[in-house]
Design a protein around this ligand. Structure first.
Ligand SMILES: C[S@@+](CC[C@H](N)C(=O)[O-])C[C@H]1O[C@@H](n2cnc3c(N)ncnc32)[C@H](O)[C@@H]1O
Length: 331
C-alpha cells in the first residue's frame, strides 16, 4: 500500500511540474528574467515593463517560491544560472530556444491525434522540412550550439588532426552553420561549405558574414537527398540530420562516402535511439508530436551503424554529449 501511495504521489508531482513549466514559459514570454540582472523592486519592474503591478507581484513571488529567481527583502534578482541562460543581456541566452522547442514539441491536442490519426499528407511526403520551421530553429539554436556542441567537436578533431589540418570541411544540413564555421576557425587554412535548403541557408550566410569568414566559408543551397553535395571533403559534419534521409538511407550514406577524400571523416551526431524506441525517453517524447502528426523518421542507432559499415565506413571514435550520441567514422 505504501508503495502504491508513493506512486500516486508521483502522479500529483507531474501536475505540479506541469504548473511550474507553465509559470516558467510565461516568465520567458514576459521576459521577466531580463529585468533581474541587478536587484530590483516590483515597482521599478512595473514602471519599466508597464505590466500590472498586482499580478507582477504574484508572478515574481511564485517564481521565487520555486527558486527560479531570488527574493531579498522586497527586491528580486536572478540566480547565477538565470542571469547566464535566461537574461537577454547574456550571449548565452537560451530563452527563445526553450520556448521554440516547447512549441515545436507540444503535445497539446494529443487526444485528437490519437482518436483521428495522423495527417495523411504528412505521412505521404514524410519530409521533416515541411513540418518543422528549420529557419527559426537554426536561428534560436545558435547559443545552444556554442554552449554544448562546439567544444566536443573541436577537441575531438584536434586529437585526429594533431600534425596536419583538414583542407575542406562540409557542414551538411548545418542550420546556422555554427559548427562548420567554428571548425574552420580552429583550422585556419581550411575552407568550409555549409549545405542547407535555400530558406535556412540565409541564417548561415548571416553567421558567416558576422564572423568575417566569407572568403573561407561558402553556402551551398539545395536538397541533400536529390542534389549534388560536392566532393573532396576531409570532414563532413552530419549533426541531427540523418533521420531526415530515412527513406533514402543507403543512397544517402553512399553519397557521404563518395563526397569524402580517402581517410576522410564523418562527424555524426544522432539521438542514440534503442531499437525498441524506449530510449532515450526525453528524445522519444520530443519527437512524439511530429510523429503523431504523421512523420516517420526516427532511426535506431543500430540501423545507422549498419548502414555506415555496409557502405565501407569504419567506426573510429565514439562519445556522448548530453542526450546526443557522437560517432566518428572514417572512410
Ligand atoms: C535538426 S536540424 C540540425 C541543424 C544543425 N546541423 C544542428 O546540429 O543544429 C536539421 C537540419 O537539416 C536540414 N535539412 C533537412 N532535410 C534537408 C534536405 N533534404 N536538404 C537540405 N537540408 C535539409 C534542415 O533544414 C535543418 O537545418
Amino acid at each position: 500500500m505504501n508503495n502504491k501511495k508513493l506512486v500516486a504521489n508521483t502522479y500529483y508531482k507531474m501536475v505540479t511540474n506541469h504548473r511550474e513549466s507553465q509559470l516558467f514559459f510565461a516568465a520567458l514570454k514576459l521576459d521577466i528574467f531580463s529585468y533581474l540582472d541587478n536587484e530590483i523592486s516590483i515597482e521599478e519592474i512595473a514602471d519599466q515593463s508597464t505590466y500590472d503591478i498586482r499580478n507582477l507581484k504574484l508572478i515574481l513571488n511564485a517564481l521565487a517560491s520555486i527558486h527560479l529567481i531570488e527574493k531579498h527583502e522586497n527586491k528580486f534578482v536572478n540566480t547565477e544560472e538565470g542571469k547566464f541562460y535566461l537574461s537577454k543581456s547574456s550571449k548565452y541566452y537560451i530563452g527563445d530556444a526553450i520556448l521554440f522547442r516547447n512549441e515545436m514539441m507540444s503535445l497539446d491536442n494529443i487526444e485528437n491525434r490519437v482518436r483521428f490519426g495522423p495527417d495523411k499528407a504528412i505521412t505521404q511526403h514524410n519530409q521533416g522540412q515541411k513540418v518543422y520551421n528549420f529557419t527559426k530553429l537554426a536561428k534560436v539554436s545558435i547559443p545552444e550550439i556554442y554552449l554544448w556542441r562546439i567544444e566536443p567537436l573541436i577537441n575531438l578533431m584536434n586529437t585526429i588532426y594533431q600534425d596536419s589540418e583538414p583542407n575542406k570541411i562540409l557542414d551538411l544540413g548545418g542550420g546556422s552553420g555554427a559548427m562548420g564555421i567554428e571548425l574552420c576557425k580552429a583550422f585556419p587554412n581550411s575552407k568550409g561549405v555549409i549545405f542547407e535548403e535555400p530558406k535556412v541557408s540565409l541564417v548561415a550566410e548571416d553567421l558567416i558574414s558576422k564572423n568575417n569568414l566569407s572568403t573561407r566559408v561558402s553556402v551551398q543551397k539545395g536538397d541533400f537527398i536529390k542534389d549534388d553535395i560536392g566532393s573532396g571533403y576531409d570532414i563532413i559534419i552530419a549533426s541531427g540530420i540523418i533521420d531526415f534521409a530515412k527513406d533514402h538511407l543507403q543512397d544517402f550514406v553512399k553519397k557521404l562516402y563518395d563526397a569524402l577524400n580517402k581517410n576522410g571523416i564523418i562527424y555524426l551526431i544522432t539521438h542514440g535511439f534503442s531499437e525498441d524506441y524506449l530510449e532515450p525517453s526525453e528524445t522519444i517524447l520530443g519527437w512524439l508530436s511530429s510523429h503523431l502528426d504523421g512523420l516517420n523518421l526516427l532511426l535506431p542507432d543500430k540501423v545507422i551503424q549498419d548502414a555506415m559499415t555496409d557502405s565501407g565506413f569504419r567506426l573510429y571514435k565514439q562519445d556522448k554529449s548530453g542526450n546526443h550520441s557522437i560517432k566518428v567514422y572514417q572512410k
